[in-house]
Design a protein around this ligand. Structure first.
Ligand SMILES: Nc1nc2c(ncn2[C@@H]2O[C@H](COP(=O)(O)OP(=O)(O)OP(=O)(O)O)[C@@H](O)[C@H]2O)c(=O)[nH]1
Length: 318
């Protein structure tokens, strides 16, 4: 088989009369003016617009020797987000095209911009931008992102009380323990469990029980600092993580919470539901391998509170 290409398919000499070779300035203009994208060229130093295609002129008006920031941004000076400095090396050679996305504050639409330094007929490098309207795609992207963030928040939030849930407790708690070990500071843990909560449900109904859980969450949250973590671990059990809080201070806080819950009296359909809670307290130790170690100790201390009659606080002791 011959490896020679037939001359009809690939001529040896370029045919200067072929339609492709005859593309004129007018032809190029037609291509540029029918593009569904803004194309403009501006001077690097003066920012004067040297060219803008029909797409751009229809949206932003004639260029009339004006500067890019006057025409495209209606501004009094160069834009803070101008990319000119990214398009040339310090020696003045063109860098690879810079592609970025931005929302034009004038028309509020999103554009993907492709900026590049190109040689102009006078021999100077100039700025070329090709900007494509990506608003529809961006709207979907932003809506998806918001939905994803909402789903993430929902996965970490207890539906009833709005407190961080068990999963959030482990996620944030791990970081808090890590920070405490690194700073050699005391992280205290308080486990809180409402007493005889089953009776509340049995006597007043499940909805009354839910109201109690919400009110207890609110009053505990109100007493704590922003840097403390309070999570609902499930049922009528809550865990507090108190950074930079020595054990005696954690006991003081737990006592206050105990008194607050005792005094709460949740009103439900004309009845006042009296409550109490038991507490188990511990603090981190230098060799604590993980959060579970603290949880185990706090749980044992809580068990002691329950055993000794409830409505009390206990500190874990070996
Ligand atoms: N209303 C309501 N009740 C819940 C929820 N989650 C768990 N419970 C109820 O909480 C009760 C917990 O009962 P127990 O574990 O026996 O604890 P308790 O009655 O508080 O007894 P002690 O902890 O020993 O003082 C059960 O009746 C659960 O059905 C909830 O989200 N809402």
């Amino acid at each position: 088989m011959s490896s020679q290409i037939p001359s009809t398919e690939l001529p040896d000499e370029p045919d200067t009369n072929s339609p492709a070779a005859m593309i004129s300035a007018g032809g190029l203009q037609a291509v540029l003016d029918n593009l569904d994208a803004l194309v403009y060229v501006s001077d690097f130093e003066t920012h004067e617009l040297l060219y803008m295609n029909a797409y751009g002129r229809q949206r932003w008006g004639e260029i009339d020797g004006r500067k890019c920031w006057q025409v495209l941004q209606n501004a009094d000076g160069p834009c803070s987000f101008c990319t000119n400095h990214l398009l040339r090396t310090p020696e003045g050679s063109p860098t690879p095209p810079h592609v970025w996305e931005f929302r034009n504050p004038i028309d509020q639409r999103w554009y993907q911009c492709r900026d590049q330094a190109i040689p102009w007929p006078n021999g100077k490098l100039v700025r070329l931008e090709i900007a494509t309207d990506i608003s529809e795609r961006k709207q979907i992207e932003l809506a998806l992102q918001a939905a994803h963030e909402r789903a993430q928040t929902a996965a970490l939030e207890d539906e009833l009380t709005g407190l961080p849930n068990r999963r959030a407790f482990f996620q944030f708690g791990k970081q808090m323990l890590h920070q405490a070990l690194r700073n050699r500071s005391t992280l205290s843990m308080v486990m809180v469990d409402l007493d005889f909560f089953k009776r509340v449900n049995d006597t007043y109904g499940h909805q009354a029980g839910d109201e109690v859980l919400i009110r207890v969450s609110e009053v505990m949250q109100a007493r704590l600092r922003d840097s403390d973590l309070i999570a609902r671990m499930g049922g009528e059990e809550f865990v507090l993580l108190l950074p930079e809080t020595p054990i005696n201070k954690a006991c003081e806080i737990a006592q206050q919470l105990r008194v607050i819950i005792r005094a709460l009296g949740v009103l439900h359909e004309g009845h006042t539901i009296e409550l109490s809670a038991s507490f188990g307290i511990t603090s981190n130790r230098p060799n604590d391998p993980n959060l579970e170690a603290l949880l185990q100790r706090a749980d044992q201390a809580l068990y002691q509170s329950k055993e000794q009659g409830r409505d009390r606080i206990s500190i874990y002791t070996d």
